[in-house]
Design a protein around this ligand. Structure first.
Ligand code: HXC
Length: 259
């Protein structure tokens, strides 16, 4: 792979994978090739039963500064359709394992949308988020008007999408876009510790919980509650649920096997 790095096991942990966007000269601009490699890598990690959590990161300067402008400047709408760019983005939704975005530096345009496509975002205190497409004569195309609005509400989303201005990590935290802000230098360590915690939980329950939370964006409250209840019932088909509750009653740590 030319545009990303995939490390598994990460830090000798056999349940955690690290994927790093790696086009430093263009601040990890998300070319079509990069997106194909990324989705391909995620799908492989998702089907590996050993992998329980995936971390996605960029560099200190940029998580990603957006889709590759050089690749888009002369494009026609038909070029965009034939590019299959959005089909690749859609495939991110197929990943069943938790993906944590560890964001340092710029997460702009498609970079912010990619971070929002992950399950949660941890930001270094120097991180900057924006949907700057309006400044280059276009609008967000991979969730910047939808996921962002759901995350931070209409007024703030309008402000970001209509001005293209950046917000800092502290603001992103206060507005609910990111789960946690940490010193930039400790971002990877803190993200690893979070990944470790999640990887120690029952994998089947983690998968069903992720699925249920994501459904909340697509369903009415009633349908979402029904979906949640069914996933709740389903956890009782797993041996890990028996192990988890038994371990609690026996006052010991559970040992989850992912079945
Ligand atoms: C292609 C990019 C790029 C991008 C940066 N570069 N962002 N190339 N696509 N999105 C390149 C620059 O051209 C430059 O190349 C090198 O990376 C370093 O960038 P500089 O601008 O010199 O760095 P700096 O002055 O520090 O400014 C950083 C920046 C700025 C604020 C992040 O680069 C910037 O505004 N980038 C564009 C951000 C943007 O508009 N993103 C939205 C894209 S549209 P050279 O060769 O000169 O060294 C989008 C739509 C998504 O994302 C639709 C869904 C898929």
């Amino acid at each position: 792979m030319e545009n990303i790095l995939c490390e598994f096991p990460y830090k000798n942990n056999s349940h955690i994978a690290l994927v790093t966007l790696n086009r430093p000269k263009v601040l990890n601009a998300l070319s079509t090739d990069l997106m194909h490699e990324l989705v391909d890598c995620f799908l492989k990690l998702d089907t590996n039963p050993e992998v329980r959590v995936i971390i996605l990161t960029g560099s200190d300067k940029a998580f990603a500064a957006g889709a590759d402008i050089a690749q888009m400047v002369s494009a026609t709408p038909i070029d965009q359709i034939n590019d299959q760019r959005f089909r690749t983005w859609e495939m991110l939704k197929l990943i069943t394992k938790p993906i944590i975005a560890a964001v340092n530096g710029f997460a702009l345009g498609g970079g912010c949308e990619l971070a929002m496509s992950c399950d949660l975002i941890i930001a270094g205190e120097d991180a900057k988020f924006s949907q700057p497409e309006i400044k280059i004569g276009t609008i967000p195309g991979a969730g910047g008007t939808q996921r962002l609005t759901r995350a931070i509400g209409k007024s703030k989303a309008m402000m970001m999408v209509l001005t293209g201005e950046m917000i800092d990590a502290k603001t992103a935290y206060e507005w609910g876009l990111v789960a946690k802000v940490v010193p930039s230098i400790t971002l990877m360590q803190e993200t690893f510790e979070l990944a470790l915690k999640i990887s120690e939980r029952a994998p089947v329950a983690i998968r069903l919980a992720k699925e249920a939370v994501n459904k909340s964006f697509e369903m009415t409250l009633k349908d979402g509650m029904d979906f949640e209840r069914r996933n709740f019932y389903l956890t009782f088909a797993s041996l890990d649920q028996k192990e988890g509750m038994q371990a609690f009653l026996e006052k010991r740590s559970p040992s989850y096997k992912g079945n």
